[in-house]
Design a protein around this ligand. Structure first.
Ligand code: DP6
Length: 374
């Protein structure tokens, strides 16, 4: 089993490198069994229950990190050698308000990446989805950043194995945002200790290693943008509400049970059973927020309209389309590729009217982060 300390380099870096640039893309992901609640007593972003997600393909963050060795005897740009030195650009323009998040991330990962204060970094990031879409960019953003830092570390330790590279990338991404660890590698990713899934860990996400039926290949996710506003409850606050929540312990057990049930479903392609678990997970996530103290309703009237329309369409047409939700009002419509044409027609004729400005994003299952430039 891998432990947190296994990600601390034990020997000095074997190579020296003055400067360079990497660029990675990392996708967003959509959880089928949800991560909601943390074990803060065990470390940063240690999940209270395991989760499993589909990796997306089109909604992604593209981030480059240029790095240049600092002369630590003199201060560059007035920075103290004990501080981090970095510039942050969003779509090519300086973005000061993103910096504290990056600063915090660097602080968290420094024990595992001792080179971080030796370099000045220029981080340039952009998303393929509209910034104001209400789609969380923290998973793709933190994963893309973690990939770049791992590429730099690999340049310093060229003998690093590919397995270690991806495990540590996911481990670092988790320290930025829990769900980010599921955006590194694989199309179906498990994060959190789960007895029946060998290699699963609370520390990083792993590609699901079981058999997966062809019906899940190219599975579609059309994201209906019901409410593009600021999140009513941040994930951090939301996860916190699971402490002393009256139903928390039972919910955490249920997540284990649901993953156990999904294992044979992935193999045999039983979409009826798949739909039951996925929709129940989405509603349970929202039920947890409705029954916490303070309590929240994160769905909007149009979220319910969409859910009801999906249920009616599914019953009438026997087409295996279902929904899932994040901690917000937007709806992810999930369906196999072989019914894509009919479902898109249904979305356009019956669901678009419930979307803010008629907006929706078409996505499908993808394979994780990709190196673009080195
Ligand atoms: C509802 O990963 O955004 O999307 O770890 O605090 O950054 P932090 O939270 P985050 O939580 C995501 C919660 C969720 C469910 C899920 O993706 O599993």
């Amino acid at each position: 089993m891998t432990a947190t300390n296994d990600f601390i380099p034990t020997t000095p870096y074997t190579h020296h490198i003055e400067k360079g640039i990497f660029q990675w893309s990392a996708p967003s992901n959509i959880a089928l069994v949800k991560y909601w609640g943390k074990r803060d007593d065990l470390g940063h972003q240690i999940p209270a229950n395991p989760s499993i997600s589909f990796t997306l393909n089109n909604c992604k963050t593209i981030t480059s990190v240029a790095f240049e060795k600092r002369d630590l005897s003199t201060s560059i740009n007035g920075t103290n050698p004990s501080d981090y030195s970095f510039d942050l650009l969003f779509e090519g323009q300086p973005k000061e308000d993103f910096k504290p998040k990056i600063q915090k991330f660097l602080e968290r990962i420094t024990p595992f990446m001792p080179f971080l204060k030796d370099y000045h970094f220029t981080i340039n990031t952009e998303n393929t989805f509209p910034h104001s879409s209400g789609i969380a960019s923290s998973a793709s953003g933190m994963a893309a950043l973690a990939m770049n830092f791992m590429s730099i570390e690999k340049a310093l330790i060229p003998e690093m194995t590919e397995e270690y590279f991806y495990q540590k990338a996911s481990f670092l991404a988790r320290l930025g945002s829990g769900s980010a660890c599921r955006s590194v590698k694989g199309n179906l990713v498990v994060w959190g200790n789960q007895e029946n899934i060998e290699g699963s860990s609370n520390l990083f996400g792993v590609p699901f290693s079981g058999k997966v039926h062809s019906v899940f290949e190219n599975y579609q996710d059309t994201i209906l943008l019901v409410d593009k506003g600021e999140k009513q409850v941040s994930s951090t606050v939301g996860h916190d509400l699971m402490h002393n929540h009256p139903f928390a312990e039972r919910r955490f057990e249920q997540a284990h049970e649901n993953i156990d049930q999904l294992i044979p479903i992935f193999e045999n392609g039983d979409l009826e059973a798949f739909i039951k678990i996925v929709e129940s997970e989405a509603l349970t996530l929202h039920a947890m927020m409705m029954t916490s103290m303070p309590y929240f309703i994160l769905m909007k009237p149009n979220t319910l309209q969409i859910i009801n329309a999906i249920w009616k369409y599914r019953n009438e047409n026997k087409i295996p389309v279902c929904f899932t939700l994040d901690a917000g009002a937007n709806v992810h419509v999930l369906y196999p590729e072989n019914v894509k044409e009919s479902v898109l027609q249904f979305i356009q004729s019956e669901l678009v009217g419930y979307c803010q400005n008629g907006q929706y994003l078409c996505d499908e299952i993808g394979f994780g982060s990709q190196l673009i430039k080195q």
